[in-house]
Design a protein around this ligand. Structure first.
Ligand SMILES: [Zn+2]
Length: 103
C-alpha cells in the first residue's frame, strides 16, 4: 500500500465554522472540545483529539455523518458536518497562538 507513505501525519487540528477558522489545536495533545455553531449557538459537536487522531464523538445534527466519519490523522483529511457548516481539518501547520482557543 504505497499511498500510505505519501501521506503526512498532521500537526494540528483546525476548526472552521462557516468558512472561518475559529480554533487550532495540537494533534499531539489529547482533549475534548465542545464546538457550538449556529446563530444562537444552538448546534453542538463534540470534537475529541486522542492518540494523534481527531474525531467527532457526539453531535446534534440530523444526519450525524460527522460522527460516523472515521478519525482523521493525516494532513488534508477533513471531518465535515454540513448541517452545522463545520469543517474539522488536519493541517501541517503549528497552532497559532493568536487564535482564540475558547471558540
Ligand atoms: Zn454532523
Amino acid at each position: 500500500m504505497l499511498w500510505r507513505f505519501n501521506r503526512a501525519e498532521g500537526v494540528s487540528v483546525a476548526v472552521n465554522i462557516d468558512g472561518v477558522q475559529t480554533a487550532v489545536y495540537p494533534l499531539a495533545e489529547d482533549r475534548e472540545v465542545v464546538i457550538t455553531t449556529g446563530d444562537n449557538d444552538e448546534h453542538r459537536n463534540v470534537l475529541v483529539i486522542e492518540d494523534g487522531k481527531a474525531y467527532i464523538k457526539e453531535a446534534d445534527c440530523p444526519d450525524e455523518i460527522c460522527v460516523q466519519t472515521r478519525a482523521a490523522a493525516y494532513v488534508g483529511e477533513t471531518i465535515v458536518c454540513l448541517p452545522h457548516k463545520l469543517v474539522i481539518e488536519i493541517t501541517a501547520a503549528g497552532a497559532d497562538p493568536d487564535l482564540d482557543m475558547t471558540v
